[in-house]
Design a protein around this ligand. Sequence first.
Ligand code: SF4
Length: 563
Amino acid sequence: MTLSETETRAPAAAPARGARIRPPRPSDKPNGQWKVDGTEPLNANEQFKQDDNGLNVRERIENVYAQGGFASIDPTDLHGRFRWWGLYTQRKPGIDGGKTATLEPHELEDEYFMLRVRIDGGQLTTEQLRTIGGISTDFARDTADLTDRQNIQLHWVRVEDVPEIWRRLEAVGLSTTEACGDVPRVVLGSPVAGIAADELIDPTPQIDEITSRFIGDPELANLPRKFKTAITGHPSQDVVHEINDVAFVGVTHPELGIGYDVWVGGALAAVPRLGERLGAWAAPDQVAEVWHGVASIFRDYGYRRLRNKARLKFLIADWGIEKFRDVLETEYLGYRLADGPAAPKPLTIGDHVGVHRQKDGRRYVGATPIVGRTSGEQLTALADLLEAHGSTRLRTTPHQKFVFLDIEEDRVEPLIAGLDALGLSVRPSLIRRGTIACTGIEFCKLAIVETKENARKAVLELEERLADLDLDAPLSLHVNGCPNSCARIQTADIGLKGQIITDDEGNKVPGYQVHLGGGLASNERDEAGLGRTVRGLKVSATGIADYVERVASRFAADRVGEE
Ligand code: SF4
């Protein structure tokens, strides 16, 4: 992904192994659950959220801070409420990763912002893409990163330019509302919603209903922590649903027809946990109210005492799934949901790279940049290219890819050639296809190690070194700049977690702890799993290609049958 969706300082300890997490120990101390303990704020974060709703900072940005500049910004707004509008200060250039844990946050931060453009369902038009490209060129030094939550992030943004950026975004139906902060974040949606020939159900109406009714709603703008949503009706289960607070996966109920299997309680970060099935089936017209019920439980019962134990997964670990469903149905919905079946295991990888058939006979084309990095110029050129080939629609994906829609069959190969010229690959190597990276030390204040450039170099080297290897299976390499998991360390074949390591000569150098064997349904896994940290196994920042080559070569030599 990108600049942290994690607002806490990176923990020093290794993440817990497996899916078990501990809820807060029973104690006399209140956990800050509003419906149990009352709404007395128990820490500074809870205090500022109650003092003034984060959404209210917009008015001050437009009327005070944009005129007064960075120095005029109230510190609580700067480090708290700005996030409610997709704005984080970025890391000052040149600060060593070894100092991340010892410097105060204000010593790490620059006077420029990361700005996250929210793209629910990843759905974009070429007009919107061109607008983001223009904003990047005019106000963000041509930066633009595709995140693994279907957003696009810009860097080097000045507060003075934010009102004009909002004006341009909103003129084409985009926004940064609740793109960060303790709020309902972007709704992940199948990148092929409404178009894929093999789709079970188009989730677009459900995504639209949730976002139009509830995003920007002050009643849901003070949650204990972030709240992540995913919805898909595609059999590849292409939205990493297992690691969202709430998710809806398309499924056919034997008596009731097509609807959604409801999942809750997934999240990664330092204490990862895969979501669980609620065992309930939601009809399409029930999805928004079920979503609202789950979000409201989180608001009312979520733990607010300790920020690193506040995500919904901790409440569910404490309550158990049966109690959670019972509270949802009795206190929030007022009716029982139907029991429902699980969706069948996916048979195809869910990144949509390559050329595929649409319902209407045209094609959609999935392409990958390297580790999600694009630029304003590239986005603008992409909009032009797409229109020149007869299309005005595209999608972003949770795998840092693009999908281009509505391509007539005879325009597919010319489009692919044009995409290649722009550095986007429709037929990438397995390593280019499977590698994602978070923002890392270039812009992230929590980072310890560089990510995007290290991963890019490794991909290019590995494309040469692995060219002759008999490797037809997907290989996922996820590179993270710190122990947080913005690029999903625990769900990759090889996950790298940034830290300072000791090299063979005893020097402290940037490197990564290795995490092996994770994967989600959309990675063509038999079963989703969090993999494991291999204790003591570290690679230096310059040794990624060597390590991956060794693992891939060993796997190719030793694999059994279809393994
Ligand atoms: Fe997230 Fe990467 Fe920043 Fe760590 S370095 S907080 S993983 S973006």
